[in-house]
Design a protein around this ligand. Structure first.
Ligand SMILES: NC(=O)c1ccc[n+]([C@@H]2O[C@H](COP(=O)([O-])OP(=O)(O)OC[C@H]3O[C@@H](n4cnc5c(N)ncnc54)[C@H](O)[C@@H]3O)[C@@H](O)[C@H]2O)c1
Length: 356
């Protein structure tokens, strides 16, 4: 839209503006709002990728806050704005403190702020580790479905790194109709692998579950490989492990050496986002000086503009877009509001008369 066009659109608002009430939505409310809705959430993520590709979004680069005294930790801000039927602005503020895991608490914690489209006022603060895991898993399930359409549907899946995100991805695969004969598990931590195996057994999966002692065994025995580690630099570099052309959901983004990326077809969520912050595709770009190894985006696949080859490994590297958090977060807000359970903080905005 041109600057004049946007002003005209702003002037055309006929609704009187008012300050929206401010609500706080807890993790247990988020969980209730999202439970058993895997198919619906995958559809929501699909629609959001298409809106983003059509330009009906603003999604600047994520901002990484890092600390010299805590080099493994970070807090990321993902500001975004989305149009279409969602029509909301906001920011996710998500911490990653990997050392939490040894203390028995989750690595990631997050809040999502939703801002009103017309006044800019924040109108909700939502617990967002669940929203973040949900949108990530929904995008992985969407990719697993679309990127496997030109090949035999995988029946053997391998989880490389078995924390919260791996659990959510399995839940979303199972909840969207995937059924596996074999599930492979590999993690540097025996405790994580055992915990994930326990989760799989409780989930009622009919699959045979195998804990693999090496990443090589896991990859060679899986047609669908899910990377959900916290590796900061590539630790998988042998192209021959991928000779059977698996579909790879590279959710943790930094596990694969550039050689593997270059030997594969590569699909990302957003090219500019994904080619930064030393992700494996970013390293491949640095190595080659070009982006020719990229086949396209998920939106390109969804609209049929990008063909997915079956004669090479296929790697999906989703950087993780703030617009997905907004879409899922607004869905949660609407569900909680509909159920009449919004916890509104009545006097949150207090200084509301300009001259007192
Ligand atoms: N792309 C996205 O949109 C997106 C969104 C959310 C999370 N993530 C990423 O997903 C990853 C997993 O998140 P989580 O919350 O499940 O973390 P987590 O800490 O709960 O689990 C990570 C697991 O990986 C294991 N691990 C670490 N390095 C490993 C290695 N080299 N080989 C095998 N196992 C290894 C750890 O032992 C741990 O069990 C993180 O890297 C996170 O940044 C990506």
């Amino acid at each position: 839209m041109t600057a004049t066009g946007s002003r005209a659109a702003e002037d055309a608002w006929s609704e009187p503006l008012s300050v929206p009430p401010f609500a706080v939505i807890s993790g247990s409310q988020v969980r209730r709002a999202l439970r058993d809705q895997e198919k619906r959430l995958v559809d929501l993520v699909e629609a959001t990728y298409l809106l983003h590709a059509a330009g009906d979004s603003v999604n600047p680069p994520s901002y990484f806050l890092r600390f010299p005294d805590r080099p493994s930790a970070r807090i990321i801000a993902l500001p975004a704005s989305i149009g279409g039927p969602v029509r909301v602005d906001g920011v996710k503020w998500i911490s990653s403190f990997p050392r939490n895991v040894a203390a028995g608490i989750p690595r990631a914690s997050a809040v999502l702020i939703l801002n009103d489209h017309d006044t800019g006022y924040p109108f909700a603060c939502l617990e967002s580790s669940i929203i973040s895991a949900t949108r990530t898993a929904a995008s992985a399930a969407l990719a697993a479905d679309w990127l496997s359409r030109g090949r035999e549907r995988p029946t053997r899946v391998g989880f490389f790194g078995t924390g919260l995100i791996a659990r959510y991805i399995h839940t979303f695969l199972a909840g969207t109709g995937w059924s596996f004969d074999e599930i492979g598990v590999h993690d540097l931590s025996a405790g994580s692998a055992a915990g994930f195996r326990g989760y799989l057994q409780r989930s009622g999966t009919p699959a045979r579950v195998t804990v693999h002692g090496t990443g090589e065994q896991l990859i060679r025995s899986s047609e669908l490989v899910v990377f959900a580690t916290v590796a900061a630099a590539p630790h998988v570099g042998d192209v021959s492990w991928f000779a059977h052309n698996p579909l790879v959901l590279h959710v943790s983004l930094r596990d694969l050496a550039p050689e593997i990326v270059l030997a594969s077809a590569n699909i990302v969520d957003d090219i500019e986002h994904c080619l930064q912050a030393n992700t494996s595709p970013h390293l491949a770009e640095q190595l080659t000086g070009n982006r020719e190894f990229l086949d396209g985006t998920m939106a390109g696949v969804l609209t049929g503009r990008v063909a997915v080859p079956a004669d090479r490994p296929v790697v999906f590297s989703p950087f993780g877009l703030g617009v997905l958090d907004l879409a899922v977060g607004k869905h949660v807000y609407d569900e909680v509001a509909r159920s009449g359970e919004l916890h509104v903080v009545d006097d949150f905005f207090h200084e509301l008369r300009r001259f007192g």
